[in-house]
Write a protein that binds this ligand. Sequence first.
Ligand code: PMP
Length: 445
Amino acid sequence: EKVPKLNKELIDSHLQNQGPNVSVFYKEEGGFVATSGNSCVMSGPEGDFLDCANNVAGVGHSHPKVVEAGVKELQNIQTNGRFLHPIRERYVKKLLATLPPSLDVLYLVNSGSEANDLALRMAKQYASMKSCRNPDDVICLDAAYHGHTQSIVDISPYKWRQCTDGKEYHKSHVHICSVPDSYRGPYTGEGPEVGRAYAQEVSDIVDAVGGVGAFIHESIMGCGGQIVMPEGYLPAAYEKVRSAGGLCIADEVQTGFGRSGSSFWAFEKYGVVPDIVSMGKPMGNGYPIAGVAVRREVAEAFASSGIEYFNTFGGNSVACAIGEAVLDAIEEDGLQENALIVGDYLKDRMTSLKSLTPMVGDVRGFGLFLGIEFIQPPALGSNEPIPHPDLTKFVVDYLKHNRIITSRDGPDGNVLKIKPPLTFTKENADTLINCIESAIKNAPL
Ligand code: PMP
């Protein structure tokens, strides 16, 4: 199909002026131009599309309450974070109230990468004061993505493994554990022994090096392919890391703000309370605002270095007004509950696709953070699932031709990711599943 003229002009300009490796959705097809949105719909010159990929517009595109709050405050003032503002104080209190009581201090920043960078800085400072043997060392998960700054790319194997000489890039202070993938990782199946086996890897590293400053994980791995942490994994890993003076960081940039349905933060599902929680993406429904919540003891250790913390845009009143409107919208529109109800419905319908074809290998996630792993038709006499990125790409492209936006990810590019705005309805879920069904039936593979 021909690339529309406007797309061609925009993508040429983008690649010419903004760097040849800047990420663009549907790059091979000429990109996708989005100029307006409403709830779960994204629109542009190609028409209206059902957005099943956008966990940034958490409360729905162009939510009227969020827009109004932003416009109003923009008309008042937008200035740097050194000036006090009542909206900020009100917002921070509201946001802290969503977290376990031990996480009672919040730093406001502008992006998920910045949040994780600050989280690491604080963990290192705290761990060095607690006589941790290797405060600069970090344990992260393979295929994890935590952001784009230098310190964070180092702990994002998802990114640096894209380097042709990926091995060279592996920094000595970074220790990598297997993706705790109970479907296709080194330990598979259900039950606490799987989680224990993966946690043993964390334990072995801590024993081998004698303690690390931080263990960082997403609560469901996004770029890693919608990987849910196995039962018992996080509690065991946390205990071990802490026993050697380290801190545990939950990266909730993708999974926070009600998306997981049963709780506001996805880590709550696993019965752990992190020392540090980083957050971003849906926090401002698209407006740049992110944050780091920590225990007071960690904040005090950070402050005790004597270095003042200042962030020009972090916590500006426009961002906070928008952030507050997002929290209000989640509550008033019942969006966490909607994520639970529609998420369960959608996951059931996704699971039913398994009876259509053995190429739907696994369906996982919770709330409105779900994934389908596509695999090759099983070879005779083998139960080993082999990834099927071609089919996954076919499905993503087929959906796009039918006006549905999705994406695929995971180390093998064979996981269809579903993470729509939390306003997603059962009717939207039916539209999506019917189209995936049709894609599978039409797949030339
Ligand atoms: N953490 C996770 C889990 C992410 O998915 C991302 C972005 N995809 C980030 C951090 C980085 O956030 P940002 O792009 O806002 O810097």
